[in-house]
Design a protein around this ligand. Structure first.
Ligand SMILES: Cc1cc2nc3c(=O)[nH]c(=O)nc-3n(C[C@H](O)[C@H](O)[C@H](O)COP(=O)(O)OP(=O)(O)OC[C@H]3O[C@@H](n4cnc5c(N)ncnc54)[C@H](O)[C@@H]3O)c2cc1C
Length: 386
């Protein structure tokens, strides 16, 4: 089998597979190199929330375009992504109520089904929730969650059907550059050649940037989640929730509830550290927080807890675009929020690489040059990952 391609993608997470899926039908020979297996990194640990509520318009546009892929998955991609519509509620403190109103107006302008609801409305949507500490929330009835490993596998299978090649157990150990242009990569399975190499290596992407002498601000971010067996009085399901006052999010997963915290996510650890367990103290903190929003969770039972690593940038936004030697592109640093946007980002990246500009959504604000140009992306909400 030939090791020569038009585009080499490093990393078989949801971003590498999405890009392969969108490039392959455009007469582009694509090889995805994955050091372990599909969804072995952040994607396989992702909580899978699919919502459009953001404090930055381009983030919302990417999420909205991606939502259209999730709900039409069978026709557009094939296989399964496991999208389940459960509705999404964004809770903010009383002080942030006006910011939320402005954001919902921005979402509505884009076409996203979103509305401002009162605390009483939230109580009607989810009677088990405590609702006396906020006045309003945003509600997205069409949002939900999907299965991240299934999503990445479906994208890769469809890419393979369209001619792409996947090589697993294949770690990239070096990137070949001649006359300031990438020409290929060295791996644990030999050399692969292509004039374009895309770094979609998630929490490991900083290591790959260094291989071409690219010094971008890039860190690793560890995030824990736990699953709780939901007490029957809460009901068969509940909406997805991001709860800023408690630095908390949660969503249903069958008879379980998945819980994550927005604070206490350590930076700078090795992404090869243990992810089969949560760090000490996380479960106690997460139980305390979920019980503050849903008091009857006190009767729930701990099912399991684990963690994952994503790449994170100083403005907590992904890096998308060319940098370093000619032909080197980045699609990484998705900062703990890049699952829901991956279908559209892969499409936008394919447009950028093949046409010189993305047209589905303008992704120019995510260019790597923003760090040296001092153009960090500002969300109307404070940074959420504290
Ligand atoms: C616990 C957790 C919960 C999350 N919850 C959500 C959520 O609810 N909603 C949301 O939108 N986002 C969420 N995210 C963020 C989202 O999951 C990530 O942004 C997204 O999955 C990143 O995908 P990726 O393809 O960039 O990276 P990854 O999935 O990490 O894929 C990178 C791949 O590159 C491979 N690789 C690394 N180095 C090399 C090398 N040298 N050679 C070859 N291959 C290499 C790795 O093995 C890995 O498979 C969460 C993240 C975590 C960790």
């Amino acid at each position: 089998m030939s090791n020569v391609a038009d585009v080499i993608i490093i990393g078989g997470g949801v971003h590498g597979t999405s890009l392969a899926f969108h490039l392959a039908p455009r007469k582009t020979k694509v090889i995805v190199l994955e050091k372990q297996f599909i969804a072995a990194g952040a994607t396989g640990r992702s909580s899978g929330l699919v919502r459009m509520h953001y404090g930055d318009e381009m983030d919302s546009r990417l999420a909205w375009e991606s939502w259209k892929w999730f709900v039409n998955w069978k026709d557009r991609v094939g296989g399964v992504c496991g999208f389940t519509r459960a509705g999404f509620i964004q809770i903010v403190s009383r002080e942030a109520a006006n910011v939320l109103r402005a954001n919902v107006a921005m979402h509505q302008k884009i076409g996203i089904p979103s509305l401002v609801v009162t605390a009483d409305d939230v109580k009607r949507l989810a009677p088990s929730f405590r609702t006396d500490d906020f006045d309003i929330a945003a509600y997205e009835p069409e949002s939900g969650y999907a299965m991240p490993s299934d999503t990445a596998n479906a994208l890769m299978n469809a890419a393979k059907d369209r001619g792409a090649r996947l090589v697993q157990d294949c770690a990239v150990t070096g990137i070949q550059v001649k006359n300031n242009r990438v020409v290929g990569v060295e791996t644990t399975q030999g050399t692969f050649s292509a004039p374009i190499v895309v770094n979609a290596a998630g929490a490991w992407a900083g290591q790959l940037n260094k291989m071409v002498g690219l010094d971008l601000p890039y860190n690793t971010w560890r995030h824990e989640t736990m699953f709780v067996v939901r007490p029957t009085e809460i009901g068969p399901s509940h909406p997805l929730v991001i709860d800023f006052p408690h630095d908390l999010y949660f969503r249903p997963e069958g008879g379980l509830t998945l819980v994550g915290l927005e604070d206490g996510n350590p930076l700078g650890e090795s992404p090869d550290s243990d992810t089969d367990h949560a760090q000490p103290g996380f479960v106690e903190r997460a139980i305390d927080r979920i019980c503050q929003r849903v008091p009857s969770m006190k009767d729930g039972g701990l099912h399991s807890a684990h963690s994952g690593y994503d790449g994170i940038t100083p403005d907590q936004h992904g890096i998308m675009g060319a940098a370093g030697p000619d032909g080197f592109y980045l699609d990484c640093g998705h900062s703990g929020t890049g699952f829901k946007t991956a279908p559209a980002i892969g499409l936008c990246m394919s447009e950028l690489i093949l046409d010189g500009k993305s047209k589905t959504v303008d992704i120019s604000q995510y260019a790597p040059s923003r760090f040296t140009e001092g153009k960090l992306i500002k969300s109307s909400y404070e940074n959420v990952w504290k």
